[in-house]
Design a protein. Structure first.
Length: 407
């Protein structure tokens, strides 16, 4: 891997075969799809589990906080392992841990459900840093944003698969435990198929350096350009989760849609996030450099959040879909550009370390953002206040990124 004149690591300039790029991208994307599928299957399974075991279905509200807190801890505390284990092996081990966490649900005891969320999160956290370390050595500079953005479409694709597959598997197997067995079996098959590639990709990757526990946080905060990305990652991550948590609720409670129609609106936003990640990756490679693009996306997602608050019972369905597509394409479409820029700015051998730091900020935002939204919405007794507060916060973070860039 070559480096820029400023000493930061960059995607490779030397000729890389199309077959190698495709294989690397395919494997890293598959790892993230399986990881996301396992993590996002739990909320889809929750209603069936709650009904069967006579549990309070609202307990699932604790799952994201526990899972992402564990992911945050894994990024920070688990980073020292990066210098002892290759990135592909580390990715597969992480997914295997998440699959084991999913299996814990089969115990069928409420306290174990919290443990399952914890274990799934521990496996979920290291995946993006490890796959970024792999991909950074095989990505031509001129296509880096698009290629990393393609990899990051794996996260929403895993969510879409969870929404489609889990109800189908419950129907085919007759209950939620059967669906979990199928999910585990499919994940294990995927892992076994990828194991033979681990030695090759671990050899190709630049050897990672580690600075110990809390090293990722210290590393990114000491790097001027990455501090900007840390702020954006945290705020934008919070906005992304608020969209996922509250858009359907707003459409049902405020706009007056039925649950099916509200789900369609959210589905449109989710689909737009996949297209948006690819679109913004292409834009960053061809027309607008990543730094100003990330600022523009922050402003755009804030506008999207405000547009949602202008929707009411009189808003036509076509306009609701347009607004949700715009909101989803910006608030959920920035991730690939951010990860690619992190890899580009990372010193040699520190892609995993720096990505862990940036993702730690992202997970923190994912945890705190919905709590902040709920607090503001509760104080003003309206969901509109939550969206507006998140819009203001996001514009502030985007402005910070612009100031840091000029400095």
């Amino acid at each position: 891997m070559t480096s820029t004149s400023s000493g930061a690591a960059a995607p490779v300039d030397q000729q890389v075969g199309a077959g190698t790029i495709a294989l690397t991208l395919g494997l890293t994307s598959l790892v993230q799809v399986v990881s996301s599928l396992v993590a996002l299957s739990v909320p889809v399974l929750a209603p069936a589990i709650a009904a069967d075991l006579h549990l309070n279905g609202e307990l699932i509200g604790y799952y994201p906080g526990i899972m992402y807190s564990a992911a945050l801890a894994a990024c920070i505390v688990g980073e020292p392992l990066s210098s002892r284990c290759g990135p592909m092996a580390r990715s597969l081990i992480a997914v295997a841990i998440s699959v084991a966490g999913l299996g814990l649900l089969l115990v069928g005891v409420t306290p174990v459900f919290a443990l399952a969320a914890l274990v799934i999160g521990i496996g979920y956290g290291p995946v993006v840093p490890a796959t970024s370390q792999i991909l950074s050595t095989q990505t031509p500079r001129k296509y880096s944003n698009l290629i990393f953005s393609f990899k990051q479409t794996a996260a929403p694709m895993g969510g879409i698969l969870a929404g489609l597959l889990v109800p189908l598997l419950i129907g085919l197997s007759g209950d939620w435990s059967g669906a979990i067995h199928w999910l585990i079996a499919g994940s294990v098959v995927a892992l076994v198929l990828m194991i033979p590639f681990a030695p090759r990709f671990d050899r190709m990757a630049v050897r990672a350096t580690s600075s110990g526990m809390m090293g990722p946080i210290r590393a990114v905060l000491s790097h001027g350009s990455l501090r900007r990305l840390v702020m954006m990652s945290s705020c934008y991550g919070g906005m992304q989760l608020c969209l996922g948590a509250f858009l359907t609720l707003y459409m049902v409670k405020v706009v007056g849609l039925g649950l099916v129609e509200g789900g369609m609106i959210f589905g449109a936003a989710q689909g737009a996030s996949v297209v948006g990640r690819l679109l913004w990756g292409y834009v960053a490679d061809r027309f607008l450099s990543p730094a100003p693009l990330m600022v523009a996306l922050g402003v755009a997602m804030a506008v999207g959040a405000v547009l949602v608050t202008l929707c009411g019972p009189e808003t036509p369905m076509w306009l609701l879909i347009v607004i949700s597509v715009f909101y989803g394409g910006t608030a959920m479409g920035w991730n690939g550009v951010l990860i690619a820029e992190t890899a580009r700015l990372s010193p040699p051998g520190q892609v995993s370390l720096m990505t862990s730091g940036v993702m730690s900020a992202n997970f923190a935002g994912v945890i705190v953002g919905p709590l902040f939204f709920s607090l503001i919405a509760g104080l003003f007794d309206t969901l509109r206040a939550g969206f507006i507060a998140m819009a203001i916060l996001t514009v502030f973070c985007a402005s910070f990124g612009l100031v840091q860039r000029r400095a």
